[in-house]
Design a protein around this ligand. Structure first.
Ligand SMILES: [Zn+2]
Ligand SMILES: [Zn+2]
Length: 183
């Protein structure tokens, strides 16, 4: 869904959507499972920087909720997690701050994004909001055994025959050296 500045100038736009999986590409970090519910409101806010310098910002407020598959931090198997969040964001035209007028804007600018040309895509905003909301570390289960550092086997599924020894990579390097000396 595109919010066009010309339409927003006429009146704010309310939205309430179910985005099917696949409408947003979340990359390798997350995969949407089922539809993503999102609702909110977009409107124009005019920033008066001078008598003839008015910048049309888009304020986008809303929320999202859905199910996502993310890789387990230890064994990389996909784990389904529910995610939701709220946002309240300001987007400026991409060229509005090329030549900043003095330092007149003192409001915290951390939440300010930019829109290209004359419109803002809801999908782009949601992609960023979902990725920002991802948990730092997801485990498939609290005691996930992870992957064997030597053979790569998923140790939750199959115990492997690799030596149970120091997993410190320096030891692995030393044992490799020993093998070379023997040969
Ligand atoms: Zn795991
Ligand atoms: Zn192994």
């Amino acid at each position: 869904m595109e919010f066009k500045i010309a339409e927003l100038e006429r009146e704010p736009i309310e939205f309430d959507l179910q985005l099917p999986s696949g409408s947003i590409d979340f990359g390798e970090e997350a995969e949407q499972k089922g539809s993503l519910a999102t609702s909110g409101r977009a409107e124009v806010i005019h920033e008066h920087r001078g008598p003839k310098d008015i910048v049309a910002d888009i304020r986008l407020r809303g929320r999202f909720a859905g199910q996502f598959m993310v890789p387990c931090a230890r064994c990389v198997e996909p784990v389904q997690i529910p995610m939701d969040g709220e946002f309240d964001l300001i987007f400026r035209p991409v060229n509005a701050d090329v030549d900043p007028p003095e330092r007149s804007i003192t409001a915290p600018e951390t939440e300010i994004g930019y829109y290209q040309k004359d419109s803002l895509a809801l999908e782009d905003v949601l992609r960023e909001q979902v990725l920002l909301a991802l948990p730092v570390r997801t485990l498939c289960k609290p005691d996930c055994k992870g992957l064997c550092p030597r053979c790569g086997a998923n140790r939750n599924l199959q115990p492997c025959d690799c030596e149970v020894g120091p997993s410190d990579p320096r030891w692995a390097a030393l044992s490799g050296l020993r093998d070379r000396i023997k040969s």
